[in-house]
Design a protein around this ligand. Structure first.
Ligand SMILES: Cc1ncc(COP(=O)(O)O)c(C=O)c1O
Length: 474
């Protein structure tokens, strides 16, 4: 770097642009050496080892100047699109102010203002806001609040749930592939099927449940519950003295065409709502936990306990400024409405493909949270291809879609979980009708290729499957 140890002068300081230029293209070597070689191997195997050097709105550009459409949005963080100019302007202005942050023995103004803004957007009243640095930390907060407020031990969670990967959140993770190797977990966490009110009531009946923690749409698989499920689940919780915790880390902040996804189910009386991802426009890690007054009063029950739950970086001014700017952009640009209209366009286009392509089973969509589920085809030749892919590796088939989407059409998408045949689209809420068309045209082409077996698309997939087999055997 630029400092000069031979003189007293500290030198000119880091030139970040020059540093990036100097090392351009070394991403995967550096990660192999210092960060996560297994992840590098995975990315190389599926051809996702690109070096992105510029980002704006729903687009990324790689080192070769190729433009990509980002239908993944950093796992949903970039709801406003990347590098939103208005959020960036606010953050630059803020940095120029020499404003204090994290004094700690004070009450930061921006935190109070952001809490007030968040409360205004809740569909049913919530009173107090705790700020976190991530989604999983929001879930930890909810678990602590629930046990403390109810003085009960048990937490209910759903099969296939994803709430983060710290210990509390992992203890209520419904996917074995995330849990394996990290046992033992928090005690008294009990799994129930998603979208099953009878199972919920059976567990609540035991009288020991502090909270039911649930995503309004499950991110893994993009599972949308039946109408009324969330509303009734909250009612059942209250009848049995338990809290209803609404995990809106991925679905919240407008993604589904409402500020919160529970709004699709009428008045869902949530006791705790957890937000993160889009909350800072993607610039600063931040999350928020909103709760009812009585819960807050139980946790922070005296002056002695006034900081009984806290975190060093919570309420940081930069994060709060980013949150206020993100909220302002969301409102003025009517991005929640845009998520609704672009989501409808995307879902309609995808549904029109279903009757034409045997591998396409179902499109599940709420706003810009879309799951595309593949299923076993009817015709014999394609059935053989389907079986072969699943025999090689249960997670292989959807790769056959996401690889050409990136390779040929320059669109970034993801598989929606382990061992499922679903791909997930969670693009920035700022995508346009042309972007939707870009995706639909590309996806149609990918489906045409996939329905041609044997064919080049299948050669790629079989090679990857064989590589996965070899690496498991090692
Ligand atoms: C529903 C849900 N809850 C919690 C989390 C955890 O958030 P984080 O990765 O910020 O810890 C995620 C992350 O994807 C999520 O989708």
């Amino acid at each position: 770097m630029n400092s000069n140890p031979k003189t007293d002068s500290p030198g000119e300081g880091l030139d970040i642009g020059a540093l990036l230029k100097q090392h351009e293209g070394r991403n995967y070597d550096l990660h192999t050496a210092h960060v996560n070689p297994a992840n590098v191997r995975t990315l190389k195997t599926i051809g996702f080892d690109r070096c992105y050097v510029r980002a704006s709105g729903p687009y990324l550009w790689d080192v070769r100047g190729t433009k990509y459409l980002d239908m993944l949005a950093g796992y949903g963080v970039f709801g406003l699109g990347r590098n939103h100019p208005e959020v960036r302007r606010v953050l630059k202005d803020f940095l120029e102010l020499d404003y204090p942050s994290l004094v700690k023995l004070e009450a930061p103004l921006l935190c109070g203002l952001l809490a007030q803004e968040l409360k205004k957007r809740m569909p049913t009243p919530l009173d107090m806001v705790f700020f976190t640095n991530s989604g999983t930390e929001g879930i930890e907060t909810a678990l602590k609040y629930a046990r403390c407020a109810t003085r009960r031990p048990a937490i209910l969670y759903c099969d296939k749930a994803f709430h983060g990967l710290t210990y509390g959140a992992l203890s209520i993770n419904g996917d074995e592939s995330f849990r394996s190797g990290f046992e033992p977990f928090l005690s008294d966490c009990r799994k129930i099927p998603f979208n099953d009110l009878e199972a919920l009531e059976r567990e609540l009946h035991r009288g020991d449940v502090a909270a039911f923690v649930v995503e309004p749409i499950q991110g893994k698989g993009v599972n949308i519950p039946s109408p009324g499920y969330l509303r009734e689940a909250a009612k059942l919780c209250h009848q049995h003295g338990a809290l209803y915790v609404d995990d809106e880390v991925q679905t919240g902040m407008g993604r589904t065409g409402r500020f919160l996804a529970i709004e699709h189910d009428g008045d869902v009386d949530a006791d705790i709502v957890v937000l993160s991802k889009t909350l800072s426009g993607g610039f600063v890690p931040v999350g928020a936990v909103l709760c009812k007054q009585w819960i807050h009063d139980k946790v922070f029950s005296s002056m002695n306990r006034s900081v009984v739950h806290s975190s060093t970086f919570s309420q940081g001014s930069f994060a709060m400024a980013a949150g206020l700017a993100a909220m302002d952009v969301l409102d003025r640009h009517r991005l929640v409405e845009q998520a609704d209209s672009m989501g409808r366009l995307l879902a309609e286009g995808l549904r029109a493909l279903v009757p034409r392509f045997e591998f396409l089973k179902e499109i599940r969509a709420r706003g810009l949270m879309v799951g595309i589920e593949f299923g076993a085809p009817r015709s014999l030749g394609l059935k053989a291809a389907w079986t072969m892919a699943h025999t090689l590796d249960k997670s292989l088939f959807p790769q056959a879609a996401i690889i050409p989407l990136l390779d040929k059409h320059h669109i970034i998408t993801q598989v929606a979980g382990h061992h499922i045949d679903v791909i997930k689209l969670i693009p920035p809420l700022v995508i346009s009708a042309e972007d939707v068309k870009w995706f639909l045209t590309a996806f149609e082409d990918v489906l045409v290729q996939l329905h041609s077996f044997p064919g080049p698309a299948w050669d790629v997939i079989m090679n990857i499957g064989k590589m996965a087999l070899t690496s498991r055997a090692r």
